[in-house]
Design a protein around this ligand. Sequence first.
Ligand code: 6PG
Length: 233
Amino acid sequence: MIEVEWWEYDSLDELADAVAGDVGFIIESAIDARGSSLIAVPGGSTGPAIFPKLAKQSLPWKKLTIVPTDDRLVPMDDERSNIRGIAKTFLPLGARVVPIAADIQDPKLAGNSADARLQDLPWPPDLVWLGMGSDGHTASIFAGPDMQDALDAPKARRAVGVTPDPMPADMPVPRVTLTRAAILSARTVTITITGQQKRDLLEQAIADGQSSKLPIGRVLAEAEQPIDIHWCP
Ligand code: 6PG
């Protein structure tokens, strides 16, 4: 059974303060223990709305490496790119920001390139921070013909390319994503979501576990570590 802890807040601002504090503590503890830290952060809007509060903390930024949990196969300066927002916020602080989406349109090849970049990093991540879409996707593990590749990739595989099917109406582009194995290799996995619809969907996905039809349910079903879920209405 997946072990989850729900943390509830009255507003996104309150949630952001708490999550920024938690992430800062994870980074600091990792650097104290091992001299460096690697974290993977989400795209979308909820996660990035929290980045500025994390950036305000006084942390040993030069000892931190940040990767996106996933990215769209678009140019890095495209507003749809996840790495664009991460770099804008954390590069000026001295953090090392590593893109995973190369300028390759073929999702399979892009997935191989993303995996190669991640293979060069000290593993496992101290934190994989996930969002969840209203369709139950997480990172860029979407329902469709590529979902099984992302779920069943071997332990050593850190990223794959994905073409969601159906394509999300708001972002109809192929992507690269951390695999389930890479997500669950993290020392800590945390999820940030907002709204009752997503809360109900995530609770159902957790209850359904391996039999969930939702990507996030299938990812979490294999979790061995406790999962922190931060939620506000
Ligand atoms: C992406 C994300 C994705 C995101 C969810 C939640 O590239 O879209 O990484 O997994 O975290 O879609 O997005 P919101 O927080 O905007 O709802």
